[in-house]
Design a binder for this molecule. Structure first.
Ligand SMILES: Nc1ncnc2c1ncn2[C@@H]1O[C@H](COP(=O)(O)OP(=O)(O)OP(=O)(O)O)[C@@H](O)[C@H]1O
Length: 672
């Protein structure tokens, strides 16, 4: 294992990279040592890729076990022994004159817990931070050019904004006026004439951070803090520019750290706003037409300062001892500035070429490609559901069909009903409305409209069941068996229906065959496949109740949920028309069990894709763009399976409502 070079940076031309026209600069600072940490941070090394002329530095991280090395290009890197004053004169001071010329500047310190954010922004009596150093400069400039200075100081705790200079005030409201300008209603703005006045206010603001509600015994409150320095013209008090100092709450990987209750909620909210901020920075850098300011309270508050005539300094604070979260913070910053700061992943790529494919291939083997595998999967899901419910599964049909059929024990009648397109449509309608959207919390007109259109598509899609597959998989087993039993087969009716659509189906199959089997198929294609099979199952697969042989006196009734390979019925098998005789669950209960099994299956497929798909495939998912796809890949580097349930999508900045909306769209598209 080769030892990484210690942190060393040639400062002879360290300022060469300071380009005042650059909107975003990304720098990192490794925290100074406390007494007990006299060890050097040998897990990080810094280099200038093009020698002294370079305007950026390459920061390489290697974990202490040498198993992972990653390099990122940043605008600058400050080592342990470099103080706040050095960073101030190189990074912050050049921005101050712009604030007097109508620019807004924002300095954002972020990083893992305890990485020195407060030390860098606020500082101490011994070593003032960037905010007081800037304030001293601003105050001295304001005297010369007759501008007035005032400050606001706020805290964002769990997406609520509080005034730190006047803590008795009610929550601050973030409003947008008709011109799209952000107004912070209820946030005080206090004039400042001297540095001692400022220090008094600033320090008292920090100490006023008392929990609004008592959380738990002495749990420190994790919140973002923002200082706004307003520069206004003295004559008309109109705002000229402002400088923001934002100290983000410490990042903590919720998957690695055990957190519960409020602590976990707090962490999730903190992380969400960190992602949201990077999303905004990314969008600004990429000149995207839509900048997602609304993703968090923080970005909303900073909207004026981040967009338009502004300069942003992203300062990643790093712990001196190896910390996975520190590494992650730098990678996030570097990636959010792609286009300006190209992420360098040379060694990471090497690692990936050996590790990632293994991961992918092991995943691939779990991703069923064939129809029969999918059926098996659905079957086992349903089996599990049935087992869990302690009940029995039945033919999957819509409520109407079942309601009517349950009053009749004649299979012919059921077959008649099931063979009509409208009843099959009704089956799907019921399923979509009552199961897929069951948990939707969007009761507005829009949701109703979506639901209706999905249902309409569902109704029109029932004739696309693949007759060839039906013939191959079911003809020789189930269908024949049914005929032999003298039962009227619903499936044969459906087959008749499908034959007219053959050319359309063949087209679909041809398209399908274009999918590279070695790659993760697109979620909508996978879901479509599952859906098609379910449609087949609706019509073709009776789950059977295995009655004990006649001479068996035991009272056991076996439930068979093996819908993949239907067995030839024999004397011991009775069909669904024995519902009442077997005294089992009602068709409606059974339908519910099956539907929830399908829903689980769809979600599992979706999560598998998130955990394995390529970036391009991820971007084909609803609601996943470049940034989110990037974050997903980031998360996958942190953990081999970052998405274990849909709630984990919150880590890429999605709300519960957005997650549901995305699933609805994916599922809805199945019927398009
Ligand atoms: N440059 C430095 N030299 C010496 N000690 C430092 C330095 N920077 C930070 N520290 C010390 O490290 C500890 C953590 O620093 P700090 O409170 O600034 O971290 P933080 O990132 O703001 O933490 P949190 O995420 O919990 O808010 C403090 O005790 C601080 O005094």
């Amino acid at each position: 294992m080769d030892t990484p070079r210690p942190v060393h940076l040639d400062r002879t031309n360290a300022n060469a990279g300071l380009n005042p026209s650059k909107k975003v600069r990304v720098i990192a600072k490794i925290r100074g040592f406390a007494d007990l940490e006299a060890e050097s941070a040998n897990w990080v090394s810094v280099d200038k890729p093009k020698g002294g002329e370079s305007s950026s530095v390459t920061v390489s991280f290697r974990d202490p076990w040498g198993s992972r090395k990653e390099s990122y290009e940043l605008d600058n890197f400050y080592q342990q022994n470099e103080g706040n004053d050095t960073m101030f004169s190189r990074e912050v001071k050049p921005l101050i004159s712009g604030v007097f010329d109508g620019f807004n500047a924002t300095i954002i310190a972020y990083g893992a817990k305890g990485s020195g954010k407060t030390h860098v922004i606020q500082g101490s009596v011994k070593e003032p931070g960037l905010a007081p150093l800037a304030m001293a400069e601003i105050l001295s400039m304001s005297e010369e050019i007759e501008k007035s200075i005032s400050i606001s100081f706020y805290e964002i705790f769990q997406d609520r904004v509080y005034d730190l200079l006047d803590p008795k005030r009610p929550e601050v409201q973030v409003l947008e006026n008709g011109q799209g300008k952000i107004q912070l209603k209820g946030l005080s703005q206090v004039p400042v004439k001297s540095i001692s006045e400022f220090q008094k206010l600033y320090i008292s603001g920090y100490s006023s951070r008392k929990p609004v509600q008592k959380i738990t015994m002495e749990l420190p409150r994790r919140s973002h803090k923002g200082l706004i320095v307003h520069v206004s013209s003295e004559s008309d008090a109109l705002s000229v520019g402002k400088m923001n100092f934002v100290e983000l709450a410490g990042y903590e990987d919720t998957r690695r750290k055990s957190g519960e209750g409020l602590n976990l909620v707090e962490s999730t909210k903190v992380n969400k706003s960190i992602y949201a901020l990077h999303n905004v920075v990314y969008a600004l850098n990429a000149n995207e037409s839509h900048v997602p300011y609304r993703e968090s309270k923080l970005t909303r508050m900073l909207q004026d300062s981040l967009g338009g005539k502004s300069r942003i300094l992203m300062l990643a604070c790093l712990n001196p001892s190896f910390c996975q979260d520190s590494m992650y913070m730098v990678s996030l910053a570097s990636r959010s500035c792609q286009g300006i700061n190209q992420t360098v992943l040379d060694t990471a790529k090497k690692n990936k070429s050996s590790a990632r494919p293994m991961l992918l291939s092991s995943r691939k083997s779990q991703i069923p490609g064939s129809v029969s595998t999918i059926k098996r999967q659905i079957g086992s899901q349903m089996h599990a559901s049935a087992k869990k419910a302690g009940g029995i599964t039945s033919m999957m049909k819509g409520r109407k069909l079942f309601d009517e059929a349950s009053h009749s024990t004649k299979p012919e009648k059921m077959a008649e009903k099931a063979s009509s397109t409208s009843d099959i449509a009704s089956t799907i309608r019921s399923f979509v409305q009552e199961q897929v959207f069951q948990e939707s919390s969007v009761p507005d007109a829009m949701a109703a409209k979506d639901s209706t259109s999905v249902v309409e598509h569902a109704a029109s899609s029932v004739t696309t069941i693949n007759p060839q597959e039906t013939a191959i998989s079911d003809k020789d087993s189930f269908l024949h068996t049914q005929d032999n039993q003298g039962e009227v087969s619903i499936n044969s009716d459906l087959k008749m229906l499908c034959i007219d659509e053959e050319s359309q189906i063949i087209d679909k199959e041809n398209n399908h065959s274009l999918i590279n089997k070695d790659e993760s198929p697109l979620i909508s294609e996978r879901l479509q496949e599952i859906s098609n099979n379910l449609k087949q199952l609706i019509s073709s697969t009776p789950l059977c109740i295995e009655m004990p042989p006649r001479n068996d006196t035991s009272s056991n009734i076996q439930v068979s949920a093996n819908i993949v390979e239907p067995k030839t019925p024999d004397q011991s098998i009775v069909m669904y028309d024995k519902w009442e005789a077997a005294n089992i669950k009602s068709p409606w209960e059974t339908f519910n069990m099956r539907s929830s099994g399908m829903k689980t299956s769809l979600v599992q497929e979706y999560l598998k894709l998130l955990n394995t798909a390529s970036k391009d495939d991820l971007k084909r998912l609803k609601g996943i763009g470049e940034k989110r796809a990037t974050y997903i890949l980031e998360l996958r580097e942190q953990s081999s399976e970052p998405f274990k349930n849909l709630d984990d999508l919150k880590d890429i900045g999605l709300s519960a409502k957005q997650i549901k909306g995305m699933m609805k769209k994916e599922v809805g598209d199945l019927f398009n």
